[in-house]
Design a protein around this ligand. Structure first.
Ligand SMILES: CC(C)(COP(=O)(O)OP(=O)(O)OC[C@H]1O[C@@H](n2cnc3c(N)ncnc32)[C@H](O)[C@@H]1OP(=O)(O)O)[C@@H](O)C(=O)NCCC(=O)NCCS
Length: 124
């Protein structure tokens, strides 16, 4: 059954301004090395960063009842060889997964906005 759902939308230029203003300080606060490595190699990197910002908010909404302490660095997106996004098995996410919860995620980005959705599912 679905035990949590989250969605988030963000203006890409908001993330671009934060990165241009605060640089590595912002990147290191919000993003994991896996995410920085992926986004920084893309021509449209601000879209990618914005989508990852949105998915962190969306995952938080979906799993907060399992762990309200989940924070930016606890949620990290990696991409499979076909491009599909997955959550890395970082400790707080692993502890939620150990309770039988599967977290599904999806990202999209256009010129101006990035959007992300997370669904938490538990087998009963
Ligand atoms: C994969 C695909 C759907 C991405 O869509 P898009 O409009 O190009 O790009 P979006 O901005 O909406 O989505 C990009 C995100 O999709 C996700 N994505 C990429 N490949 C994916 C896949 N195989 N499965 C799930 N998600 C995928 C990624 O998270 C990506 O963002 P990221 O690289 O920053 O992580 C698209 O390239 C594609 O293959 N479309 C096929 C079209 C088609 O057959 N349509 C028929 C539908 S019935």
């Amino acid at each position: 059954m679905i035990v949590g759902i989250g969605v988030d939308i963000i203006e890409i230029d908001r993330i671009q301004k934060s990165i241009e203003t605060y640089g590595d300080k912002f990147l290191e606060k919000i993003y994991t090395p896996t995410e920085v490595e992926y986004c920084s190699t893309k021509g449209d990197k601000y879209r990618r960063y914005a989508a990852r910002f949105a998915i962190k908010e969306a995952v938080y909404k979906a799993v907060m009842k399992y762990d309200p302490t989940v924070a930016w660095q606890d949620i990290s997106v990696k991409n499979e060889s076909d491009g599909a996004p997955l959550l890395e098995d970082l400790p707080k996410i692993a502890r939620i997964r150990a309770q039988g919860v599967t977290i599904h995620i999806s990202l999209s980005h256009s010129n101006n906005y990035a959007v992300a959705t997370a669904v938490a599912e538990k087998m009963v």
